[in-house]
Each structure stands twice: as C-alpha cells, then as structure tokens.
Design a binder for this molecule. Structure first.
Ligand code: NAP
Length: 297
C-alpha cells in the first residue's frame, strides 16, 4: 500500500507559492505603484513551446503581473532577435525576460542568453548569474532547480549533511541543482555527486544516496532496486510513452520507475504533479525578485 504522505505534492505546493506571490505582488504594487513585468519571446511554432508560453502567461495573469508575449517567425535573424531583447532590456515596465528555448538552429543560443540584461535574466541562464550561483552569491536560481530546493524546504527535508546524487549534468537542471545544494547555506550544505553517461556503474552511486535527483531524460531508468531504503526521490523527468489504452495514446512518466521506487523511498515526487508545477511558480518568484531589486534596490 502507498502511504499518501510519502508523495510530495508539487501541484499543491506550487499553488500555495502562487497564492503567496499574489499577496506579495499586491503589497509590492501598493507600496511602489509598479506591477512586476515579464516578457516572453517565442521564436517559431514549436507546439510544446507554445503551450509552455501560454501556461506561463496565464500564471502571470493569476498573480497580477504585467506580461507581454512576442511571437517571432522561425526564420528571424539573430540580430533582429537581439534587437528585441535589447528593447525589453531598456523597457522600465519589464523586469524579467524569458526567451523560450530551444531556438532554431541558425540562432546561437548562448549569444542570445548573453544579450539579456543579467538583472532581468529570470531564467538564471546568463553566465554572470551562473557564476554568481557557483560562488554562492545572491542571484536568480534557474527555475526548475529552484523548484526542487523549494519542494525539499516545504516538505521539511533538509539536505544538509546528506548525500545527494544528481543523475544528469545539463546546464538547466543537473549542474545548477548540484551547485545550489552544495553551497554552505541553509537548506543546502549537502555532499553532492553528479552522475552522467560517463558513470561506469550508476547503481554504485544511487545506492549510496540519501536523496536522488533524477534529471536523465530517459523514461523510468531509475528503479526501486537502485535505491537505498528510505531514500528521498526527486524525479525531474518528463517522458512520453505509448499508452494505447488511454484516450491520447500516450502517458507521461518520469525518469524514475515510480511503482518500484515508491516502496523503497521515504518520500517521492510523482510525474506529473511533482517538480513540473514548481518551475512556473519559481519563474514568478524570480520575476517578483527582479522587480523588487530594480525598483527598490
Ligand atoms: P538533458 O539535457 O538531456 O540531460 C540529461 C542528462 O542525463 C545528461 O547529462 C546525460 O549525460 C545524463 N544521462 C542520460 N542517460 C543517462 C544514463 N543512462 N545514465 C546516467 N546519466 C545519463 O536533460 P535535461 O534538460 O536536464 O532534462 C532532464 C529531464 O527533465 C527531461 O526528462 C526533461 O524533460 C525534464 N525536465 C523537466 C522540467 C520540469 O519539469 N519543469 C524542466 C526541465 C527538464 P551526458 O551529459 O553524459 O549526456
């Protein structure tokens, strides 16, 4: 039998954060007369990106933010895109800028990220902010890793002194969550191991983990027999697998094989409804932080 309290409910935690942010936004607005403003830039017609941007715009409206979405043709030049970003960099109503990734192949993603004012880089991807995160300075934590830390905090799971094994070393999840949790700071101070495809024996590492963070991008590769009894399992993965029995013909699963892991874990995030809903909540939190820093200092 699955004990319900084992399941970390990201949907409920995200809702709670968005309720708090709505109140904080009202207070900020009454004190400064300013609404936090977020600009979304979408290049091309990637259906997943369109859905994400729509969801993020809706979330902005719900907490009372000002938001603007610019949809650009897939063949736009890098120069034109950077020109638009620069206009937002100089727009006092905009405190955060998000360029939805991935960008078309002819555009240099790194150059585009670097063209965003680091003070408005609410995704936390600008090299200046990545550097600040690494050396433990205050900055924008990238949204998905920030969401993971927030899930731990609000579930009262303190990573301090624990062995955290992160599976995956991407710049948007694996590396930043490792950087966050290794800091000598509150709700961090963990011993962190990062695994990737170069790990000869993944099981050797995951078996030692007090907390496993799976950001692998492969369906259900972390199974219950790879975990230590009582481990905390944070599943970042979102994978579509065939499900002929369902209406859509597919279902979403994580990088963790939930059915076997739930029997071994002391706490686990489900997919969907775990890490996923936290990303947008943290984007909103970063945008309010950006507005505060730009207006109040
Ligand atoms: P990614 O860029 O594809 O990186 C995957 C990482 O996993 C790589 O570092 C890769 O190693 C490693 N890896 C792959 N197979 C492995 C294996 N068999 N053993 C050990 N390591 C392995 O993925 P990502 O962008 O970090 O995303 C990871 C997952 O999280 C995806 O399912 C994605 O959809 C999901 N995601 C969810 C959210 C959200 O919920 N809000 C946000 C972002 C991502 P190498 O470096 O050696 O290739």
């Amino acid at each position: 039998m699955i004990m319900r309290h084992k399941i970390i409910d990201g949907k409920a935690i995200s809702k709670q954060i968005r309720t708090e942010l709505k109140q904080q936004t009202e207070t900020f607005h009454s004190e400064t007369g300013v609404l936090p403003g977020l600009a979304f830039i979408l290049v091309g017609e990637n259906p997943a990106s369109q859905v994400y941007v729509k969801m993020k715009g809706k979330a902005c409206a719900e907490v009372g933010f000002h938001s603007v979405t610019k949809v650009l043709p897939a063949d736009i030049s890098q120069q034109e895109l950077v020109k638009l970003i620069d206009a937002f960099n100089n727009d006092p109503k905009i405190h955060g800028i998000l360029t939805q990734l991935p960008l078309p192949d002819h555009i240099d993603e790194a150059a585009v990220i670097e063209s965003i004012d680091p003070n408005k880089d609410v995704d936390g991807f600008h090299p200046i902010n990545v550097g600040k995160l690494l050396i433990g300075l205050k900055t924008f934590r990238p949204c998905t890793p920030a969401g993971i830390q927030e899930l731990l905090i609000r579930s009262n799971i303190d990573p301090a002194g624990k062995h955290v094994v992160v599976v995956g070393r991407s710049n948007i999840v694996g590396k930043p969550i490792a950087n966050i949790l290794v800091q000598k700071q509150k709700w961090a101070n963990a011993v962190v191991t990062i695994c990737h495809t170069g790990a000869r024996d993944l099981l050797y590492y995951t078996k030692q983990a007090d907390i496993v963070i799976a950001a692998v991008g492969r369906a259900e590769v972390i199974t219950g027999d790879m975990l230590k009894e009582g481990a905390v399992v944070i599943d970042v993965g979102v994978n579509r697998i065939d499900d002929p029995g369902s209406e859509k013909g597919y279902k979403l699963v994580g990088d963790v094989h939930f059915a076997s892991a739930v029997n071994v874990a002391s706490a686990i995030t489900p997919v969907p409804g775990g890490v996923g809903p936290m990303t947008i909540a943290m984007l909103l939190a970063n945008t309010l932080q950006a507005a505060r820093e730009q207006i109040v200092g």
